[in-house]
Design a binder for this molecule. Structure first.
Ligand code: NDP
Ligand code: BG6
Length: 483
């Protein structure tokens, strides 16, 4: 199936930090792909801004290299790359200083969408917002895009929100969580609210528990310094996993509209109960014969930062009373596999007797890789000899069902185009981010005060044994981590 490309209005997009890692790996190759898909207007301008003393030609050279390095090979049509590069410009600006802003202002056009992507360290957000406003570069229709981490606790998130709110209205602020741009994550809403089948069963009466897993095989790579100050809780749970939890648990919004969706997500976050220490498992990957330990990767032999975390979350509302939502995420695990498994309750009475065993339906939504859905159903085991039951999957791979989705935009591409369109549905609102920190702060403060030491797990394993024990205590097991 070929995806529909709806061209967006003409725009000027300024990328502060246009020479940085995120810009080179994701933002600029993503824009190039949108250009190739025919979504970018021919007049649109992309303006890189950073301290490096580049001219536009050097910036274009850098972006050409970035496209070659980070785009799929079959995306690289040299003629198209040159056409795309012709829409790029560069301005040297130290955002803490006064130089370069008038040059930027002169480059920008009036009467079109103006967007400013803050792909720089969060400590620079306030300075950029202020100068854009004071120098008369932004206006009341301009949009700003800010990256995670959005603060490191409630206090810093509030301060960031206040810095941005001093010059921009909430309707102008786009806080990126790239998980919301993933195709299958949006599919969670389509599955829940586009089918009559699931929603009547989507509650504590029929669901035993839910498991959300985001397992990675990568370690902390070159980001050891950042990661060691963050850990899995701040890096993954406070944003990506909480967003998944919200989408799986929220009430149906009245319509698919930014505030209707975000109001419902906020209610879920606010209804999350505090978590007792025995329902939190923190882990750290340990060295093997061939792999370094987390502490070696992070460069701190005494680090107590978690590279893995598992939590038992409870939502205090009618829909989810007493229904655990177990979440876990970790680095250097046995496979890269992100999925949500909704484990339904057993039938209230078995007409087949005890020997038929217990059989629960499981809806498994695979987020990445191999996006798709599996519904485990119980049927009769074929053959004579009585009524023996067996669980089989009703399997739907989205690629098989919908064709190769090569032309489906990746998360960054989709989200940047949403900014240009002015659609905030897939971006976090300020109160959502603050509510998420208000829930995570006491957990982090709690284990810091307890001097909690993360449990070690081997690189390539499923995580620390304590995570399995946490579920075993409740007669449950984690789903296997596999691609
Ligand atoms: P980098 O350190 O690679 O890049 C930072 C960019 O900011 C560079 O272009 C740098 O260019 C520019 N910069 C630094 N100081 C100034 C200044 N005073 N004035 C103007 N420009 C400045 O960082 P990343 O690209 O990795 O990250 C950018 C943001 O995105 C961060 O907030 C990060 O947390 C977030 N993020 C990054 C991800 C990633 O995968 N990289 C993933 C998710 C979020 P120069 O030195 O020339 O000024
Ligand atoms: C980022 C985290 O936000 O998400 C990284 O900072 C993590 O630590 C990454 O690896 C995972 O994203 P994806 O899209 O590869 O699942």
């Amino acid at each position: 199936m070929v995806s529909r490309v709806i061209p967006v209005d003409d725009f000027d997009l300024v990328i502060f930090g246009g020479t940085g890692d995120l810009a080179r790996r994701k933002i600029l190759p993503g824009l190039y792909r949108r250009f190739c898909a025919g979504q970018m207007p021919a007049e649109a301008r992309i303006i890189g801004a950073a301290r490096s003393d580049f001219g536009t030609p050097e910036f274009r050279d850098m972006v050409r290299d970035a496209i070659h390095e980070f785009s799929e090979k079959n995306d690289c049509d040299e003629q198209k790359i040159e056409q795309f590069l012709a829409q790029l410009h560069y301005v040297t600006i130290d955002v803490m200083g006064e130089g370069g802003w008038s040059e930027l202002k002169d480059l920008m056009r009036d009467g079109i969408v103006k967007a400013f992507y803050f792909s720089v360290a969060p400590k620079l957000f306030g300075a950029i917002a202020e100068r854009l406003h004071l120098k008369g570069i932004s206006d009341q229709d301009s949009r700003i895009v800010v990256e995670k981490p959005f603060g490191r606790d409630l206090e810093t998130a509030k301060a960031l929100n206040a810095d941005l709110a001093a010059h921009f209205d909430e309707t102008q602020i786009y806080r990126i969580d790239h998980y919301l741009g993933k195709e299958t994550v949006q599919n969670l809403m389509a599955v829940r609210f586009g089918n009559i089948l699931f929603e009547p069963l989507w509650n504590a009466q029929y669901i035993d528990h839910i498991q959300i897993t985001v397992a990675e095989t990568v370690g902390v790579g070159g980001r050891g310094e950042y990661y060691d100050r963050a850990g899995a809780m701040r890096d993954m749970v406070q944003n990506h996993l909480m967003q998944l939890l919200c989408l799986i648990a929220m009430e149906p919004p009245s319509k698919y509209d930014p505030d209707a969706v975000r109001d419902e997500k906020l209610k879920v976050i606010r209804a999350l109960e505090p978590i007792a220490p025995h329902h939190i498992v923190r882990g750290q990957y340990d060295a093997t014969d061939t792999e370094q330990s987390y502490r070696e990767d992070a460069g701190d032999p005494k680090s107590r930062t978690e590279s893995y975390i598992a939590l038992r979350c409870m939502i205090a509302n009618w829909r989810w009373a007493n229904t655990p939502i177990y979440i876990r995420t970790g680095k250097k695990l046995k496979a890269r596999a992100s999925e949500i498994a909704v484990v339904f309750k057993d039938t209230p009475h078995s007409i087949f007797g005890e020997e038929a065993g217990k059989h629960a339906n499981v809806l498994r939504i695979r987020l990445q890789p191999n996006e798709g859905m599996t519904l485990q159903v119980t049927i009769k085991e074929p053959g004579p000899g009585g009524m023996r039951l067996v669980d089989v999957p009703l399997d739907m791979s989205f690629a098989d069902a919908l064709g190769d989705e090569d032309d489906v935009p990746d998360a960054y591409e989709r989200l940047i185009m949403d900014v240009i369109r002015g659609n905030q549905t897939l971006f976090m609102r300020g109160d959502e981010v603050e509510a998420a920190w208000a829930w995570t702060d006491p957990l982090i403060n709690g284990w810091t005060a307890r001097n909690d030491v993360p449990k070690l797990y081997d690189v390539g394993s499923a995580g620390p044994d304590d995570a399995a024990l946490m579920l075993k205590r409740e007669n449950r097991v984690w789903r296997e981590i596999k691609e």
